[in-house]
Design a protein around this ligand. Structure first.
Ligand code: ADP
Length: 545
């Protein structure tokens, strides 16, 4: 027997309908790419999204077509997302920081028919356009006055393009499992992979994200999403904020400390979200300028692990709570968030910080387990670590145009991360599974060694990779970028680490380098380091022979 409730598909445009009807005057304030601050509200965002949908419909964009965006967080990008989804097409966010060849590969693989782009990326696209035969039209997210002379195919200024129609358009209707958007993983191993979100997964993910033990977003919030909409589905904020009626402050292209600080205080932002590097820049700016954060009450930090010093400063100096979060493109992206459960309510000082350093616990809608290499489930004891696997209604089940089976027998997706989970359900990442060092059948966490090494006063940045070893399989090599005018020695570094880790975790050797390569999303590019040091012979290797 089925329930007798209404068939009300979870469609993303219902979110902007709800925002316009119930929170219509809540503002969306953006630092425009052209420079000045721009103010609009949810009622007007919806009206323009309807124009986008009507205009795309007139251009022949249909159900299932892909429309790429190379754009910063602004009101136009927000309108574009809803308009694209409302006509049944997919918003396809492309990270403009990727290498040009990767951008071309991704746009061709997705077969985008239209590209919407900010002025900032017109020169880049002009260089790539010859290699993009499928793109029929370029829409430049600007007005007529700022429209550059460009040879991009059928280029038109967004404001003019939507100005050709009114907002009298009915959203297309379809099943809630219809594709709504897509985002490619950054492809640090092999080609990038396309993750395709559905209307249903996006709506559910946003409901999950707003819950009190996740981002706790409400109509009383003013949210500044620093995380770009092109990074991991923009952490869902383009849907979560309108869904609850939170005002949005969009930073446009300026993500430096001074610019973010200005927006946080001028617009009384209560909640913001970004990767650790952004917060590092903000804290540096505030330290140099005696900054204060009277309105901000919490920041969500994820994308890579949040350094202890950031959490400590926010909390102790500025009175701002830090919610450490973990997730990935394949999870829409939220997986866990570190809010404090009653079990830990009494914690203070270092013990509380230890807890806040964990990546947190799952909201309803995400299930996780850790396993060994044979997919045997491991205990939640806070010390055993294994492959972290997840399932849920906003977790990917397969990649775009790749027929491979990627789930295990129980429907879990292997995140590629290695973690512990404690008795109270708090997960802590110890490594990426491909970066973990397998020494004599046991695992050594490269991240833990790196975090320890960067604590040394002469060290600017550290990376640890596994080097083949005749006896142990692999042993750790410590790669160090020293601070300016410093030359730390191997004895100094290993002496510093002594006693802080198990003796068999101690790196077998250390090398100094000028620079460590990074990916487009700021992560250490271990594949490049492994290639560079593939013939490296550890001193302990010859001794073992
Ligand atoms: P990108 O490489 O584009 O940033 P993702 O956002 O999908 O792609 O990256 C997801 C990965 O980032 C996770 O699998 C994990 O390795 C890492 N990550 C995300 N958040 C955290 C965190 N809070 N702590 C440690 N690692 C994290």
């Amino acid at each position: 027997m089925f329930g007798l409730m209404q068939d009300w598909p979870l469609l993303c445009h219902r979110v902007i309908d709800h925002a316009a009807a119930n929170h219509g005057t809540r503002q969306v304030i953006s630092r425009s790419v052209e420079g000045p601050i721009h103010t609009t509200d949810y009622a007007a965002v919806r009206a323009n999204a309807l124009r986008v949908a009507k205009r795309l419909d007139r251009d022949g964009v249909k159900l299932g077509d892909r429309v790429a965006t190379l754009a910063w967080n602004t009101w136009r990008h927000l309108e574009a997302w809803y308009g694209i989804m409302g006509v049944g097409a997919l918003y396809h966010t492309v990270n403009p920081r990727l290498f040009p060849d990767q951008i071309v590969w991704i746009l061709n693989h997705a077969e985008d028919r239209v590209i919407m782009t900010d002025l900032s990326f017109v020169p880049l696209l002009e260089k790539l356009a010859d290699k993009l035969p499928k793109v029929e039209r370029y829409i430049i997210l600007t007005d007529k006055a700022h429209m550059p002379a460009t040879a991009l195919r059928n280029a038109v200024a967004y404001d003019e393009w939507i100005g050709e129609v009114d907002d009298d358009f009915a959203w297309k209707q379809f099943d809630e499992n219809t594709a709504a958007g897509m985002c490619y993983t950054s492809g640090t191993t092999g080609d990038p992979k396309g993750v395709v979100y559905s209307h249903r997964s996006n709506v559910l993910h946003s409901m999950i994200a707003a819950t009190p033990d996740a981002m706790n977003t409400s109509s009383r919030d003013v949210v500044l999403p620093v995380v770009p909409m092109f990074h991991a589905n923009g952490w869902g904020l383009a849907l979560t904020c309108p869904m609850v009626g939170a005002s949005m402050i969009m930073p446009g292209p300026k993500l430096d400390g001074a610019s973010i600080y200005e927006l946080l205080n001028d617009y009384r932002v209560t909640c913001s979200a970004a990767v650790p590097t952004v917060w590092m820049m903000l804290l540096q700016h505030m330290e140099a300028n005696a900054g204060k954060l009277p309105y901000l009450n919490r920041v969500v930090i994820g994308g890579s692990s949040c350094p202890r010093a950031i959490t400590q400063k926010f909390q102790d100096v500025y009175g701002v709570d830090v919610i450490h979060a973990w997730g990935m493109t394949e999870m829409s992206p939220l997986g866990t968030l570190c809010t404090i459960k009653p079990d830990h309510a009494e914690l203070t000082g270092d013990a509380k910080l230890d807890l806040l350093m964990k990546q947190g616990h799952t909201p309803f809608g995400v299930e996780m387990k850790i396993t060994d290499d044979d997919n045997k489930t491991l205990p939640w004891d806070g010390t055993t670590f294994g492959r972290l696997k997840v399932r849920g209604p906003a977790v990917t089940k397969t990649y775009f145009k790749v027929p491979d089976q990627i789930l295990d027998d129980e429907g879990y997706f292997d995140t590629g991360d290695v973690s512990t989970i404690d008795r109270t359900g708090y997960m802590q990442i110890t490594d990426r599974s491909k970066d973990v060092i397998k020494s004599g059948g046991e695992w050594i966490s490269s991240i833990e060694l790196e975090n320890l090494a960067v604590g040394h006063p002469k060290v600017m940045e550290a990376a640890v990779i596994g080097i083949t070893h005749p006896k142990w399989g692999e042993r750790p090599l410590l790669i160090i970028v020293p601070k300016k005018d410093q030359t730390p020695t191997k004895d100094e570094l290993l002496g510093f680490m002594q006693g802080k880790i198990a003796s068999w975790w101690m790196p077998d050797d250390m090398v100094l380098v000028e620079e460590i390569p990074h990916t487009a999303t700021g992560k250490i590019q271990k594949t490049a380091l492994r290639t560079r040091f593939k013939d490296y012979v550890l001193p302990t290797a010859t001794a073992a022979e």
